[in-house]
Design a protein around this ligand. Structure first.
Ligand SMILES: [Zn+2]
Ligand SMILES: [Zn+2]
Length: 173
């Protein structure tokens, strides 16, 4: 997706702050570097179960790139094709980017949020409901799923299997 330029940056809304730290994300979850030091920006992901955040991370651009590079070629291509065909860009965090259901109409209040940010500014945000997440999770290869699980295990010990976001979140920007 290279249509980030269509968006007007705005301050990162509280919804994309760290629940755990009770403030905006300051450092990369993977390498620990200060996020605002990266001119290419960083990404935020949060997974909600009902009113609760069950998972969250912020990852700098170099870490993001190196993680995507580890995904198999086939998975990357599959994901890209899937998003090109199914994802409606520009909906923001209010509706599912795939099935377009508004957040308030979701059958269960379960969804994940993603955001692309630079410094203290939000460039683009999206929401994917839990059923669409499940579908896109099935698209990636076992190997790619394994790389993702390793990332989770290394960085988030103790996160229950079923509360993980999908690797597809990572591939969105
Ligand atoms: Zn990093
Ligand atoms: Zn959906």
């Amino acid at each position: 997706m290279d249509d980030l330029n269509e968006y007007t940056p705005q301050p990162i809304p509280e919804e994309f702050h760290s629940e755990y730290e009770e403030r905006p994300f300051l450092t990369c979850t993977r390498c620990g570097e200060t996020l605002s030091d990266f001119p290419e920006g960083f990404q935020i992901a949060k997974v909600f179960r009902r009113e609760e955040v069950v998972f969250e991370y912020a990852i700098c651009s170099p870490c993001h790139t190196s993680m995507i590079d580890e995904f198999s070629m086939a998975s990357r291509q599959t994901l890209e094709d899937y998003y090109n065909a199914n994802m409606t860009p520009g909906l923001g965090a209010g509706s599912c980017g795939i099935c377009q259901l508004p957040r308030k109409d979701l059958p269960q209040n379960e969804f994940s949020l993603g955001a692309a940010c630079v410094g203290s500014q939000l460039l683009e945000a999206f929401m994917i409901c839990s059923s669409c997440m499940e579908v896109s999770n099935l698209l990636v290869s076992k190997q790619t799923q394994g790389i993702w699980n390793d990332f989770i295990d290394t960085n988030f010990p103790g996160v229950p299997e079923d509360s993980m976001p999908c690797p597809t979140n990572v591939g969105l920007f």
